[in-house]
Design a protein around this ligand. Sequence first.
Ligand SMILES: NC(=O)c1ccc[n+]([C@@H]2O[C@H](COP(=O)([O-])OP(=O)(O)OC[C@H]3O[C@@H](n4cnc5c(N)ncnc54)[C@H](OP(=O)(O)O)[C@@H]3O)[C@@H](O)[C@H]2O)c1
Length: 353
Amino acid sequence: MTNHTSAADPRTDHTGGTAPAVDGTMRAVVQEAYGTVDVLRHRPTARPEIGNDEVLVRVRAAGLDRGTWHMMAGRPYLLRVIGFGFRRPKNPVAGIDVAGTVAAVGSAVTKFAVGDEVYGMSRGSFAEYAAVLERKLAHKPAGLSFEQAAVVPISAGTALQALCDAGRLQAGQKVLVIGASGGVGSYAVQLAKALGAEVTGVAGTAKLDLVRSLGADHVLDYTRDDFADGQHHYDLILDIGGNPSLRRLRRALTPTGTAVLVGGEEGGRWTGGFGRSLRAPLVSLFVRQRLTMLASKERGSDLERLAEYLAAGTVVPAVDRTYPLDQVPDAMRHLETGQVRGKIAITIDDARS
Ligand SMILES: NC(=O)c1ccc[n+]([C@@H]2O[C@H](COP(=O)([O-])OP(=O)(O)OC[C@H]3O[C@@H](n4cnc5c(N)ncnc54)[C@H](OP(=O)(O)O)[C@@H]3O)[C@@H](O)[C@H]2O)c1
């Protein structure tokens, strides 16, 4: 059962001139096919209806991450097979990460009320309104702008799960973050430091300064340095970029170290390098080192945990640039150049008022 929210709904926010469009439409970036940035269209569409366990968020900012690019492109094709939509995305509104204020709540929602400032993982955040499951939402840390909060959920949640759940990080350990200048890596470096690790970050030449500024103890330039030089060994490796072979990862690990395979963009159009991730646990059966893949989960509980670090300022979101909603295609083109330092935020103005 769904609760269709309308301007007459008593749980809907009518304050500050931000009331929903009376006709039930909103501006959004919609994609009706997989493809290049040209499939992203800024146009009116129906406001989402929320279920009993969902929250309607009036979006103030959204985050752009690699996952949203994969959903635009429909690649790797494996994505289509596992349920995101075979010929076109099941959910036409693009974007996942969201920050904003609660406009309405479903009847079973207990943790949030109209007006709360929140952030989380939605089904369609490049829009004026987004529906979010209560369990994928958390209260936005005070002191964080909506733009900063919007670039946290998927990337920082993935970094936290890679370090703590899959990686079982302990204070004092040596951690190598391959892909330290990107969305996931920029959080991984800061979180690993906050958790007491000695951190080495791997990135391209142009972003080594960013990785240093995030707090990395050492940096490696993947165009010049070999992290698997046989001289340095790490208790934990987060493999987020470059798709190195399992052999190279093992060479850089301590005899009982752990490598967590998170992702990489060079893995091919069918499986996106998933074969390497599947082989990792098999290899692990026969060696003392642990090689494991991460399929991150969208959890509000991670966001509550991250809020402690964000509120304390020990983790600061790296916002490269912000783009207004109607310039999402430009934002996506910027992501495709590989020049983004950290994350891109999309801002949603108040054309509703
Ligand atoms: N497993 C999961 O659940 C999960 C969750 C989220 C994301 N992912 C995946 O994880 C990957 C990274 O996501 P992201 O959002 O962090 O992407 P991103 O922002 O584009 O960052 C990519 C990182 O990889 C680095 N890199 C590029 N080529 C490299 C190379 N040859 N050697 C070493 N590093 C290299 C980049 O460094 P420079 O920019 O300095 O060149 C950058 O730091 C993507 O494939 C994404 O789909 C997986």
